[in-house]
Write a protein that binds this ligand. Structure first.
Ligand code: AMP
Length: 408
């Protein structure tokens, strides 16, 4: 019988879910409940080819999960017959405590709650999601999978900020990194790809020498440098604010800007909102979706064109820096919404990086596909590859949850 995992991703006002078969990698059904806690809510449930939309207020995460369970009951597939082995929860921040997928018990819930000061925007929703799911699906094991876990082994030189060591110890300040589930999934898929295996074989090198840069470019965006499967650098830091330009976050920023804004009258919470919700592409161009930025830039809008230039400049800077960290690049990979779909971002990043051997084959780059693929030009085993690899965080969570439950 098929075994599945119900993957839950609880946001502050949304609940995303997917029923995944980890063995085949297929998503059986899934959807999203949006605008939780607002006066009007809605749920969109997808099962096979059919999509069902329910519009109704959803007061809290408990009501959201109840609505999801009702939709499975009414529209299918039946959860009772789905062979669910575990519920996998995406948790953004695992702090220094959680470096592995973890079977949830009361102590784990308390520990995730204790991490709320480190991730005030993200962990409260995860706690709520876990609590209601443990109540409504009490017969199933629940597994928490942490977005920070993959980056726990970052070398100390990369993980440490040059701050007062006592302040860092007291406040748990270090580079945690985020999007770890995606960086782990994508870098593993790259290492297994036939073109990469062939490249290493042709060069007589083992997989432990593979030098990868992964660019996760979605609404949030982050870069990682991975050596032989282990992370050695990543662009997000103590919070998901640092690094690349994102949909609504600025990425790297002089902290002096924050003091200046506070000293000249902006409250700390307004600065928080500015940096998390009103910056990045949105702040610079007025829209946060890359497709909209492109449309505006196409009409000659100067702000949108500058936003694109800043976005690409930051990307090139990071690839160059990570090439230095790794001592060269074997594979540069694009993933997530922008990385998988926007060929101009890919070619724009690689342009001017020929000195690293990076190239783009325009036809391969512009061809649409859902498959992991090579988009660099030429062959020659010494040349680095440029790849596009679709990320699948739900599948990664489902696999990790299943592995933990099966092994326990
Ligand atoms: P994610 O966070 O990975 O779901 O990515 C979402 C983002 O991907 C959206 O906000 C868009 O900016 C971007 N995106 C999705 N499709 C496209 C596309 N065809 N071209 C450019 N950007 C896209």
């Amino acid at each position: 019988m098929t075994q599945t995992v119900l993957v839950l991703n609880s946001g502050s006002s949304s609940l995303k879910y997917q029923l995944v078969d980890p063995a085949s990698g297929q998503s059986v059904a899934g959807g999203i409940v949006e605008r939780i806690g607002e006066s009007s809510g809605s749920a969109t449930h997808q099962s096979g080819e059919s999509e069902t939309v329910r519009d109704a207020p959803v007061p809290d995460h408990g009501a959201a999960l109840r609505l999801v369970l009702d939709l499975f009951d009414e529209v299918g597939p039946s959860l009772a017959d789905a062979g669910i082995t575990a519920v996998g929860h995406r948790v953004v921040h695992g702090g220094a405590v959680f470096t592995e997928p973890t079977l949830v018990d009361d102590d784990v819930v308390t520990a995730v709650r204790d991490l709320v000061p480190l991730a005030p925007l993200h962990n409260p929703a995860a706690v709520k999601g876990i609590e209601v799911a443990r109540e409504l699906l009490s017969h199933l094991p629940h597994v928490a999978v942490f977005d920070t876990a993959f980056f726990a082994p970052l070398p100390a030189a990369a993980a440490t900020y040059a701050l007062d060591r006592k302040v860092m110890a007291e406040h748990g300040i270090r580079r945690y990194g985020f999007h770890g589930t995606s960086h782990e999934f994508v870098s593993a898929a790259v290492a297994d790809h036939p073109a990469v295996v062939a490249k290493l074989a042709a060069e007589g090198r083992g997989p432990e020498t593979l030098r990868q840069v992964v660019l996760h470019l979605g609404n949030g965006a982050s870069a990682s440098a991975v050596l032989g499967g282990r992370p050695v650098e990543t662009s997000m830091g103590f919070t998901p604010l640092e690094g690349l330009v994102m949909g609504t976050r600025p990425g790297d920023l002089d902290p002096g800007i924050v003091f200046h804004l506070v000293r000249t009258g902006m409250s700390a919470s307004d600065v928080d909102t500015l940096l998390n919700k009103r910056s990045g592409l949105l702040g610079m161009s007025g829209v946060n979706d890359m497709r909209e930025v492109r449309k505006l830039a196409g009409t000659g809008d100067a702000d949108a064109r500058l936003a694109l230039a800043v976005y690409l400049h930051r990307l090139r800077k990071y690839v160059g820096a990570y090439a230095a960290v790794l001592g060269g690049i074997d594979v540069l990979t694009f993933t997530a919404g922008v990385g998988e779909n926007d060929h101009r971002i890919r070619s724009g990043t690689v342009r001017d990086l020929k000195f690293l051997g990076l190239t783009i084959d325009p036809a391969a780059n512009e061809a649409r596909s859902d498959e992991a693929r090579v988009v660099s030009a030429g062959s020659g085993s010494e040349k680095p590859l440029v790849m596009v690899v679709p990320t699948n965080e739900e599948l990664a969570i489902a696999r990790q949850a299943m592995e933990l439950v099966e092994g326990s």
